[in-house]
Structures are given as structure tokens and as C-alpha cells.
Design a binder for this molecule. Structure first.
Ligand SMILES: Nc1ncnc2c1ncn2[C@@H]1O[C@H](COP(=O)(O)OP(=O)(O)OP(=O)(O)O)[C@@H](O)[C@H]1O
Ligand SMILES: Nc1ncnc2c1ncn2[C@@H]1O[C@H](COP(=O)(O)OP(=O)(O)OP(=O)(O)O)[C@@H](O)[C@H]1O
Ligand SMILES: [Mg+2]
Ligand SMILES: [Mg+2]
Lengths: 228, 228
């Protein structure tokens, strides 16, 4: 579902150059839930942005759902993302002029669903993240954790094979956060969704099949959980 | 330093009314570090926004550093905040057109410091949160956790007696997050700073003198830590 081969991402040139990712190779199989951990600034968001085609690697190859990202233009990347990749951003990126349910429906409608079908699916996703009475609220009128859950509902909608989540429980209390990671694990266990989840919380990582550790832009450990 | 007496905050009217805070009373003494915990949507950010005068209570009294907020206009509130309250917002609120050090210096300059004095203090704060080589970066070119640390440095600058922090370690790995709460605890231990810290992380709460639990807009527990 995701293959990254010797991927580098630099910013700038010369003495001020920052190496955000320094030769990273990762493979994720169908149905795998992989957690990414590491210090602040170690390259986790950069890794996710590259995997989602939101950023371009300086060098190295990235293949998502069988498609080499290097061969796609901006429009091709947007279409691939909409159909194959659900993303929960660290900064959420909800549209402030759309209600919660409209935000969740949007990718489905853009892909050709009727509004009625999209709304039904979107409402179901919002119920699953515990926002059953907040469909018609605008992001500004929601708490930080409620906004994060709308972003999660949006990413989980539409049966896309790859889910990328950047600190999806960062704004959530422990109990709600656990429900969210259980929801994600439930989807991956059914075998058709894979997830790459950046987190700094050990309880969230405990649900993963593998934990990848980053430090200074490099993979320093790739631990497979021994499930009981 | 902070007294809130039977504070309510409602949104809207009639059947759609949301009661974000439902009669909350809290007192914080000089040098106290108080953690606020509770489920997503329980009113934690609302509590902090009211304490910082960023929002107006529907009813009840709020006194900050001896001043009743009800007697202040917008300008008076802004001045009180700038001089007496350091705030770390859940959405950070850094100015994108200013560098890291300029963001941290701003409150000091607005209060009359010379640029040179303000810059020296700001650089020191950034060093304390581990951002010693990123003074001149713009927020857009920083990782999520780095942006959060700039916001923390800004809130800790200027010897203000009340620090309000909304999930200040939400975007930080466990090690960096611990350094940040130790920094805050260090300030409160010297006796002249009090802190009200919203968090969902037990390790962060473990540094507090008291933990206040919110649920559905009400205080349901106020636990004093028995320090060894
Ligand atoms: N502008 C608004 N209009 C209507 N309801 C609001 C508004 N802002 C917040 N609320 C509601 O008030 C309640 C408390 O919100 P608040 O942001 O204080 O929660 P919180 O404890 O900080 O949550 P989180 O942990 O998710 O950040 C929530 O139910 C939220 O939906
Ligand atoms: N636009 C940019 N220009 C220059 N450097 C950048 C830019 N974006 C990120 N960086 C740097 O690249 C490195 C990796 O950033 P990244 O956002 O991937 O870290 P992260 O692991 O997600 O951190 P966090 O846990 O704090 O969110 C950091 O050192 C950061 O300062
Ligand atoms: Mg990040
Ligand atoms: Mg909040």
C-alpha cells in the first residue's frame, strides 16, 4: 500500500540547509497499523506529508496504492489522495465555512457521490467518533478535541486503503483517544485499510502492529509487536 | 492570583443552547500549579479563555491579579493580559509574518521594552525550550512541536504572575513534553508564578500541586497532590 525507498527531504541550501528526512525506507502492507514515534522535529510530519503526496521528496521513490508519485502532477496527486488516502493533519485543516457534516462529506461529493448518499455516510462517521449531536456546528463552535474528531471522521470516510494520521489523539482526553485508535485498529483489522499513525502516546502505539522510531530524519528502529 | 466564582458560560438560546461551563468556582494561590483534566468537550478551553479575559462569562465573577474582569473594556483586558497573563492557546496563535524570536519578543515590546532588551530575553526563553538554533525561522517552517514550543516560550516571558496553558505538550514527544512541564513547575516553585494547565496526560498532571477534573461544564473533583 505504501513503499518509500531511500527518501530524502531537504529544505534550503548551503550552510542553512535542514535535512528533514535523511534516507528513509518504509513498507506498509494491506491491513497493517504502523505507529511512528520520535522526538519533536525528527521528521514525522514530513514523512506523512511525503506519503500523502502533499510534499515532494528531494530524492528517493514513493509508491502509494501501486502508483509512483513522481509520475503525477498536482491534479493527479489530488485525485489519488481523494480516492486512496485519508489524512488527519497535525493542524486539522477543516474548512471553516462548512459544518462538521459538510466537511466530512466533501471528499465523497467531489468523487461523484450524491449529496444524500454522502451525507448518510458522513453522519455515520461522525456518530462513530462521538459527535452525533454536532453535525451542523461550524468548526469555530467546536472544542479542540471535537474539531480533531471531525478531521478523523473525514479521513475514515470512503473506504480508502491508506490512512495517514498526524497525532490524531493530541487534543483528546485519554478515554476518547483510546476510542479513536480502537476505531482505526478496527478498520485495519478488517484487512482493507492500512494506517500510518504519528503519535507520542505509548497507549496509542500499543495498538500498532509495528512501531517505527525516527530521530534526526532517519529510521532508528522498526519494532514488530508480538501480539498475544 | 485567580478567583472564579460561580461562573457560567452558555452559547445560544432556547433548545439549541449549549452550557459550556455550568457554575464553576476556582481559586489559585501564588506559586500554585493546577492541572485541569476532563473529557473532550467538558469545558477546559472555555475555562481558560474566561480566566484570560478572552471570553466573557454569561454570569459569575472572575478576578485576575486582584482585578475584576467585569470592570474592564476590551482595551483594559488586553493590557491586563499582556502584563499579568501568559497564555499558551490550544491553536497556538503565532503570528505567521514574524519569526520565532519576534513572536516571543512582541508582548515585551508592546509593554515598552527596547528591542534589544526584549530580544535578549526572548532568545533566552527559546533556548530554554530547546529552540536555540531556530530564532529566525517563520512558524510555517517549523514542526508542529516546535511551533508549540515557541508559543510556550512567549507565554513564559516577562515574569507574569498567571500562566494559562491549553494542552501545552499536545504536539510534543514524551521527553520534550516532560522538559516543558518541568520548566513550568520550576517557575511556579519559585513562588511568583501560578499556572493553570489543561492536559490529558497523567505525567504532566503529576507535576501539579492540585488537579481539577471537569465534566459537562462542572468541577467534579479537586484533588490536592500529597507530595513526598
Ligand atoms: N462557539 C461555540 N458555540 C457553541 N458551542 C460551543 C462553542 N465553543 C465551544 N462550544 C461547546 O462548549 C463545550 C465546551 O467546549 P471546550 O472547548 O471548553 O471543551 P474542552 O474541554 O476544551 O474540549 P477539548 O478537550 O476537546 O479541547 C463543548 O461541548 C463545545 O462543543
Ligand atoms: N519549511 C521548512 N523549512 C525549514 N525547515 C523545516 C521546514 N519544515 C520543517 N522543517 C524542519 O524539518 C524537521 C522535521 O520537521 P517535522 O515537521 O517533520 O518534525 P516532526 O517530527 O513532525 O515534529 P513534531 O513532533 O514537533 O511535530 C524539523 O527540524 C523542522 O524544523
Ligand atoms: Mg509534526
Ligand atoms: Mg479544548
Amino acid at each position: 500500500v505504501l513503499q518509500m525507498c531511500d527518501v530524502r527531504r531537504d529544505y534550503g541550501n548551503g550552510p542553512a540547509q535542514v535535512v528533514a528526512l535523511d534516507g528513509v525506507s518504509i513498507e506498509i502492507a494491506p491491513g497493517e497499523l504502523v505507529a511512528v514515534m520520535g522526538p519533536s522535529g525528527s521528521g514525522k510530519s514530513t514523512l506523512l506529508n511525503l506519503a500523502g503526496g502533499l510534499d515532494e521528496a528531494t530524492s528517493g521513490q514513493i509508491v502509494v496504492a501501486g502508483v509512483d508519485l513522481a509520475g503525477l502532477d498536482q491534479r493527479g496527486l489530488a485525485t489519488l489522495r481523494r480516492r486512496q488516502v485519508g489524512i488527519v493533519f497535525q493542524e486539522l485543516n477543516l474548512l471553516p465555512t462548512l459544518t462538521a457534516v459538510e466537511n466530512v462529506m466533501l471528499p465523497l461529493e467531489l468523487d461523484g457521490s450524491s449529496s444524500r448518499a454522502a451525507r448518510a455516510v458522513a453522519e455515520q462517521s461522525l456518530v462513530e467518533v462521538g459527535l452525533d449531536r454536532k453535525f451542523d456546528r461550524y468548526p469555530d463552535d467546536l472544542s479542540g478535541g471535537e474539531q480533531q474528531r471531525v478531521a478523523i471522521a473525514r479521513a475514515l470516510t470512503g473506504d480508502r486503503p491508506l490512512l495517514l494520521a498526524d497525532e490524531p489523539t493530541g487534543a483528546l482526553d485519554t478515554v476518547t483517544g483510546e476510542k479513536i485508535i480502537e476505531l482505526i485498529a478496527d478498520r485495519t483489522n478488517r484487512g482493507n485499510v492500512s494506517a500510518l499513525v504519528v503519535t507520542h502516546e505509548p497507549r496509542v502505539a500499543s495498538f500498532a502492529d509495528r512501531v517505527i522510531w525516527l530521530r534526526d530524519g532517519q529510521v532508528v528502529d522498526d519494532v514488530t509487536a508480538t501480539t498475544a
